[in-house]
Write a protein that binds this ligand. Structure first.
Ligand SMILES: [Zn+2]
Length: 191
């Protein structure tokens, strides 16, 4: 039986690079792989999976209204799906992915576990409940502990209130350990 995978990590834990490397490995074995990303906005590069180490590829952008079972039947040529930024799917889409993984094809989701306030994203929660395989892509805080909080940074300060998803603002995100997040022990590069 194919599986639904969730590979989660903090900001800057090279999730996109991992997604692209897994895609390359499947393709080397002759598989046709669909690369997908939920749409959150229409900024430039919305249809790219981009990693900070320089890898990038075009992807399909999936709107929150899209039924992924329908999408599967419209794109029967793909044998494996890889989804980046999976935290921005809807919980219903995650349930559709589970159905596809049970009956049809392996699906590998890469994404964040929690938001800037340490709460699960709704899709990530559903992935934790339904995925057949969970694995963490680990990264390190500047202090050496494991990064696990995705701090929202504005004007060099950690933001603790606001919407779960903010589009088009001038915020940035930084993966850090809980202790550094709580104690505001960080520096922003180029700030
Ligand atoms: Zn730390």
């Amino acid at each position: 039986m194919p599986k639904l995978y969730f590979k989660y990590g903090a900001m800057n834990s090279s999730k996109s690079a991992n997604a692209l490397m897994v895609k390359f490995n499947y393709e080397e074995q002759g598989y046709r792989v669909a690369l997908l990303k939920p749409s959150v906005d229409n900024r430039d590069g919305a249809n790219l999976v981009k990693s900070r180490i320089g890898l990038e590829e075009r992807c399909y952008v999936i709107d929150s209204q899209v039924n992924l079972l329908d999408w599967f039947h419209q794109h029967p040529e793909y044998q494996v799906w890889i989804i980046d930024e999976a935290q921005f799917l809807t919980p219903e889409q995650v349930e559709q992915l589970k159905d596809l993984a049970v009956d049809q094809i392996p699906i590998l989701c890469f994404g964040l576990k929690t938001d800037f306030q340490t709460h699960l994203f709704p899709a990530s929660k559903r992935l934790f409940e339904l995925a057949d395989s969970l694995s963490e892509i680990k990264s390190v805080c500047r202090c050496g502990r494991k990064a696990e909080v995705n701090a929202r940074i504005r004007n060099g300060k950690i933001v603790r209130d606001g919407e779960q998803i903010l589009i088009g603002g001038n915020e940035s995100y930084l993966g850090m350990c809980y202790k550094c997040w709580r104690d505001e022990n960080f520096t922003v590069k180029n700030a």
